[in-house]
Write a protein that binds this ligand. Structure first.
Ligand code: UTP
Length: 293
């Protein structure tokens, strides 16, 4: 079935980047000069998604405002005759059909996805975490790659990334079926293990923030008890689908950036600025003045 909808959970508390996130949503922090969530929606749209569903909360109103019309800005730019910025506003305000739904309390990623149940309905859908970026500048966007794998093989498809041994304890890690390779990039999943120490990690392939899920995930999440940290974990919901439908790990092409902690945020911001022809020369000139050893 064609995938038309994508959910972006953006209702987390963002405690790792406090105090920046006390009143500003983590997903609205800029990378170079663009809010993180705008890159995420651009990936969804480039992947062919028609309807984006953003899960927000009380402190996340700025996300709704960002994608709404801004008559004052428009009037000011029209007065100045700034066509380029007016076009930019226009692009942001008409990026996609966007719906918002609320998660009353941050009860975990699985719970956030459950909040989108009625808006998604009975069809497979994409998920893009609002603080995780995957760039594949000259190729197929990451979500599109997962959608194509779903179109070929059905089931749930989770983005998989090779991580060094010492980092398995930071991720959900795939346990793959032996002989379970469906093609070069797609592997059948036997289980998922949350944050294993290197010596017990079943592989070096980690789950990152892109998924294609079937609507069966909603019933599974409704039955999921709070797990690690007292939160309803998406991983536990997906594990409950094992044996009922295929689950695949897909080794995507592209570079992944995690903006959810201070170092990740700062390095991603720098990387993005260096990729921008209008910003890079100034940033490089500054970096050259630093004595780094
Ligand atoms: P994270 O665990 O990275 O975000 O969730 P967090 O909980 O905001 O971060 P810290 O640990 O407190 O710093 C990944 C994504 O899932 C969303 C977050 O907004 C983020 O985009 N999320 C997480 C929800 O929407 N609801 C939740 O209850 C938890």
């Amino acid at each position: 079935m064609k995938i038309r909808k994508a959910v972006i959970p953006a209702a987390g508390l963002g405690t790792r980047v406090l105090p920046a996130t006390k009143a500003i949503p983590k997903e609205m922090l800029p990378l170079a000069d663009k809010p993180t969530i705008q890159y995420v929606i651009e990936e969804a749209v480039a992947s062919g998604i028609e309807h984006v569903i953003i899960v927000t909360s009380r402190t996340k109103r700025a996300i709704e405002d960002h994608f709404d019309e801004s008559p004052e800005l428009r009037a000011a730019l029209e007065k100045k005759g700034d066509r380029a910025k007016l076009d930019m506003l226009e692009r942001i305000e008409s990026m996609a059909q966007i719906s918002f739904t609320r998660q009353p309390r941050a009860r975990g990623l699985g719970h956030a996805i459950l909040m989108a149940k009625d808006l998604v309905g009975n069809e497979p859908f994409g998920v893009l975490l609002g603080d995780d970026l995957v760039m594949n500048p000259d190729g197929t966007p990451c979500l599109r790659q997962l959608m194509e794998a779903h179109e070929r093989y059905g089931g749930c498809v989770l983005a998989a990334m090779e991580v060094p041994s010492e980092q398995t304890r930071l991720y959900g890690v795939f346990d793959l079926w032996p002989e379970g390779d469906v093609d070069e990039y797609t592997h059948r999943v036997r289980d998922l293990v949350e944050k294993p120490q290197p010596e017990v990690a079943p592989s070096h392939l980690a789950v990152i923030g892109r998924y294609v899920l079937t609507p069966d995930i909603f019933a599974a999440l409704e039955q999921t008890e709070p797990g690690a940290g007292g939160e309803i974990q998406l991983t536990d919901g997906i594990r409950a689908l094992r044996g009922k439908e295929p689950i695949f790990a897909y080794e995507f092409a592209g570079t992944r950036y995690d903006t959810g902690d201070p170092v990740g945020y700062l390095t991603t911001s720098l990387a993005f600025a260096l990729q921008r022809p209008d910003l890079a020369p100034g940033v490089i000139a500054y970096l050259k003045t630093l004595r780094l050893d």
